[in-house]
Design a protein around this ligand. Structure first.
Ligand SMILES: [Zn+2]
Length: 344
């Protein structure tokens, strides 16, 4: 109530609408009828992955969870998973006589459909939908992948719980038995992505700015759990609690740091008209903070990394090189920084 009253006051005082006022609290509901994520047996929620490690083939359900849950390796830091899964894989609970999933997929929150990929061969995600949510502290994007069919169109408004398609097994590395819904909740990186793709990446971009490479996913499983306990939770608060900084990169003056304009909470200092920035990233590559710095920065450079006994590449999806307290940017890491800073 207080927040609402303050917003009305600000609008009246400024004679204009503050764009962050007319926004929705982040109200979430699960995208399918599978609710086991909240139960004592999450193995019934997640679809397993096929793992082959040290001569053993297993089907761990943990491979369907968010985070570094795939591709185990023995390292100086012990056994670690080196591959990031940016979303969650939700198991179907309804199949017809032929085993074909029947689960309806629904929007997790009110929003607007921004992109549909209807040709399953155009993406590793197969058929997928991206929905924009105007939550309290910015616009965020839920993504629903491997769909069998899609029943919405770009530009269409949806309500939380509106059907958007049917769960399936389109896309790479997935079959009828492993059919699942892959779900992400993302930050948007840069509006110049199509140009960046043409310059820096191979293949055709069929998805404009809603290519998965221009979206970076938060821990969506924890987001469902924590927003259930705290209905005023914002993404800024969620990230501060769940995605600690793992490394920092200084970027040169003249960068178009769209993430700061798009997500003002990322900025930890007054936005200057020019000058270099230092960006903090979580292990998953989420930009969690940006701070204006003084001095000259010639090219993007790692200024701090959480020390590790093993190679930083295993811990940072290959974006960093080196080990110990020394790190550099790999070529994919440099590409990622160029995209974020709009310098390409
Ligand atoms: Zn997945």
């Amino acid at each position: 109530m207080y927040r609402q009253a303050l917003c009305l006051y600000v609008i009246a005082a400024l004679g204009m609408a503050n764009p962050l006022c007319a926004r929705d609290a982040m109200k979430l509901s699960l995208p399918t009828e599978n609710t086991s994520i909240f139960s004592s047996d999450p193995s019934q929620f997640y679809m397993y992955t096929n793992r082959s490690f040290e001569g053993r083939s297993t089907k761990p359900w943990e491979g369907g969870t968010y985070g570094f849950s795939r591709n185990p390796k023995r390292t100086a830091d012990g056994l670690i998973n080196t591959r990031l899964h940016e979303g969650i894989d939700i198991r179907p609970i309804r199949r017809d006589a032929n085993g074909v999933p029947q689960d309806a997929v629904r929007a997790i929150s009110d929003g607007k459909v921004m992109h549909t990929c209807v040709q399953s061969g155009q993406s590793n995600y197969g058929r997928y939908v991206v929905i924009e949510h105007q939550w309290k502290d910015g616009n965020y994007y839920s993504l629903y992948a491997h769909l069998n069919s899609i029943s919405v169109k770009p530009g269409q408004s949806v309500k939380r719980g509106s059907p958007i398609g049917v769960l399936g097994y389109t896309g790479r590395g997935i079959n009828l038995t492993r059919a699942h819904l892959h779900l992400e909740v993302n930050l948007f990186l840069h509006s110049g992505f199509p140009r960046y793709h043409d310059k820096a990446l191979s293949g055709t971009n069929h998805h404009g700015v809603f290519n998965g490479l221009n979206l970076v996913g938060v821990n969506v499983a924890e987001l469902f759990k924590q927003s259930r306990r705290d209905d005023g939770l914002t993404i800024a608060e969620f990230i501060a609690k769940n995605h600690p900084p793992h490394y920092r990169v200084a970027i040169p003056d003249g960068s178009r740091l769209e993430i700061v304009a798009r997500y003002p909470w990322i900025s930890k200092g007054k936005k200057p008209s020019s000058g270099p920035w230092e960006i903090s990233f979580s292990r998953e590559g989420i930009p969690v903070a940006a701070r204006p710095i003084t001095g000259t920065v010639q090219r993007p450079v790692v200024t701090w990394v959480k020390p590790s006994k093993t190679y930083h590449s295993y811990l940072t999806k290959g974006y960093l090189t080196g080990s110990g307290s020394k790190a550099g940017l790999s070529s994919s890491g440099m590409g990622y920084i160029q995209l974020i800073s709009g310098k390409f």
